[in-house]
Design a protein around this ligand. Sequence first.
Ligand SMILES: *[C@@H]1O[C@H](CO)[C@@H](O)[C@H](O)[C@H]1NC(C)=O
Ligand SMILES: *[C@@H]1O[C@H](CO)[C@@H](O)[C@H](O)[C@H]1NC(C)=O
Ligand SMILES: *[C@@H]1O[C@H](CO)[C@@H](O)[C@H](O)[C@H]1NC(C)=O
Ligand SMILES: *[C@@H]1O[C@H](CO)[C@@H](O)[C@H](O)[C@H]1NC(C)=O
Ligand SMILES: *[C@@H]1O[C@H](CO)[C@@H](O)[C@H](O)[C@H]1NC(C)=O
Length: 761
Amino acid sequence: MALKQLAVLAALIASVASYGFPDCSVAPLKGNAVCDTSKDPITRATALINLFTIPELINNTDNASGGVARLGLPAYQWWSEALHGVAHSPGVTFNPSGAFNAATSFPQPNVLGAAFDDELIKQVADVISTEARAFNNVGQAGLDFWTPNINPYKDPRWGRGQETPGEDPFHLSHYVYNLIQGLQGGLDPKPYFKVAADCKHFAAYDMENWEGNVRYGFNAIVSQQDLSEYYLPPFQTCVRDAKVASVMCSYNAVNGLPSCASPFLLQTVLRDHWGFTDDRWVTSDCDAVGNVFSPHDFTATPAEAAAVSLKAGTDIDCGTTYGDNLMEAFNKSMITEAHLRKALTRQYASLVRLGYFDDASKQPFRQLGWSDVNTKAAQDLAHKAAVEGIVLLKNDGTLPLKRNVKKIAIVGAYANATNDLQGNYFGAAPFLISPLQAAQSAGFEVSYAFGTNYSTTDTSGFAGAVDVAKSADVIIFAGGIGETIEREEIDRTSITWPGNQLDLISELQQVGKPLVVVQFGGGQVDQTSLKASKSVNAILWAGYPGQSGGAALFDLLTGKAAPAGRLGTTQYPADYVNQVPMTDMTLRPSATNPGRTYKWYTGTPVFDFGFGLHYTTFSHSLSGRPSRIFSIQSLVTKARSAAHADLGTLDTFSVNVRNTGKVTSDYVALLFVSSKNGPAPHPNKELVSYTRLHDIAPGRSATASLEVTLGAISRADENGDKWLFPGTYTLTVDTPAVLKTTFTLIGSAVKIADWPRDTSA
Ligand SMILES: *[C@@H]1O[C@H](CO)[C@@H](O)[C@H](O)[C@H]1NC(C)=O
Ligand SMILES: *[C@@H]1O[C@H](CO)[C@@H](O)[C@H](O)[C@H]1NC(C)=O
Ligand SMILES: *[C@@H]1O[C@H](CO)[C@@H](O)[C@H](O)[C@H]1NC(C)=O
Ligand SMILES: *[C@@H]1O[C@H](CO)[C@@H](O)[C@H](O)[C@H]1NC(C)=O
Ligand SMILES: *[C@@H]1O[C@H](CO)[C@@H](O)[C@H](O)[C@H]1NC(C)=O
């Protein structure tokens, strides 16, 4: 759903959305088993749903659920958003002023991901769910938030890549594991979920509209190997390990079956293989059930589209296809009463787990109010998250700015950006600190020029920009990618600097002053020429850094904070977009594909996944045994004590990191593995562990404990089954590598995880 439509919808339904809880202390609910807190959620929900008539069941299958007035069940809006803070959506209302007029606007996930800090993610999500509950308590948000987007950011053109932490499935899995705990209040929290989160878009969704291939009707052809190894690990972690309350099926089809009508995805993988229980539900992406009929042409009528989707396991239709057509489908015996009751039981069992039917006075979250929103701690956290996620890509010593720098010229479309710091799926922020405002607050004498916009050929602002640059000690160019070329329903067609920004940067280079280039936006742009040029002194990637983005940037520019973020995506040369179509879902290199992500790309990236510079230097050493040999058979035997063999531990590698420079700094320790074992072609390398070390003072050391699981070093065969293969493995720390060691697995290959067989395609 496009944001513009969202805003219209939000306005339309503001009066309809209602979050009064049903009252179990009075008739008609009083005495019904749904009110019996000694029973389990599914039993409670079943007792309630048994009272629904067929029309009442059908009246509760869409995102705007009618409730059942005669049973004391209010209407319910299932659709609220909170990607990086409570956000505009049909279920959320911000007051124009006064209480509940804003919620903390954290950086977009592309920046949160670049922090590589799992604890930070959990803290951010904890604040978001606190604010969400506060909004719910006054009837201005639901309890179900359709976040996060955890499709790996495989193609740099993807308009919604900004909503994700990056391209690496291992990284995404750790991100989502921590995020879901923060949102839901722990792993399977008792007695109540804080809010219900939703992992989307299941599955293999990473294209909006590429050369007329539109997400609503696209059929993604994906091998089982790639599903198992790349597209689905974040979902497996979200569902199986973090126990998310809901999942969203995607617009696209996978191997011929629209995702929302796919028994393989929604039953075999999700419920049978990953254990998604019947107190959890699946919603369609908005209008995706209607899309099963058109443009997928998968069924002859909308009623059939509704029937196949419901039977496949789509429990809620974000849309009206269910509400409009399930009665006909029922009359024509395309579905049974049992199909309806199952979907409704899953919904209401989830609401039971949110405390929906229980005594409000006994619930911890019912105490949360406006004073728990936009707290000083939340503001500090949003600021810290932006500092941690901004990445330094080039620096000749110009940064941090020296004390003798008094006059700054700040130029570009993001120089005075406020709303644009948020990216998409945002809410009303309490404040938005632009780079310009931050420069002034930092005490500089600042001159500002817009210069040029991010998608224009108009050069009328160039002369003014060059003018302000001439009188400054340092020039900051703050530009990048914007909403018109990169958002929902819009993929980029080019990954160079959009519009004529590079021309303006080139004129600024002629001025002969130190020049710092800051790139904002979702994706990467090809920085080849700026990276090579002596007249560009420093480059930073700032993504969409949220409400305190400008302040965080200036903390880094002035040295008040030290940069330690790392790229969550590969920065490709511009020609990459001509080498592989967006519709090609394969990952491995071939005659028509240079290979995707740092794992498979055969070319030379401009900046590698995981790259990021510091203001200090580090030395690294590996503690413990230098070379290790593991027996596969005994690793697997030992792993039986883990819930799943892939979660069993290979070993924990300790890397000692010493700050050998002059500036206190964080350091992200990234551990990669590479090997020639298992099926060819082999990935270049794969991230297998990471951690962020904080505040290492000059002369001091810190230890990164890098646990490596069996799953992380396993490889998928063509069926998607995962194996441990014997042979030598090389471990490297950081990119480019600063340390190298090897380990050897001996014995015969062992399968550690089965992948279900798709018999439907
Ligand atoms: C469906 O829900 C709406 C809103 O609560 C209500 O007005 C309508 O009567 C309901 N219809 C049925 C069949 O229950
Ligand atoms: C979601 O709910 C709103 C009403 O709250 C409704 O107008 C809309 O049609 C529903 N679905 C979609 C896809 O917007
Ligand atoms: C379904 O059948 C009932 C009972 O025969 C009838 O009243 C109703 O109009 C039918 N609805 C649809 C949409 O076919
Ligand atoms: C910067 O943007 C704000 C609004 O976001 C505006 O009020 C202000 O005038 C702008 N500053 C300059 C120097 O253009
Ligand atoms: C820059 O471009 C965007 C998108 O076209 C537009 O909304 C915005 O108003 C432009 N800004 C200026 C200052 O021209």
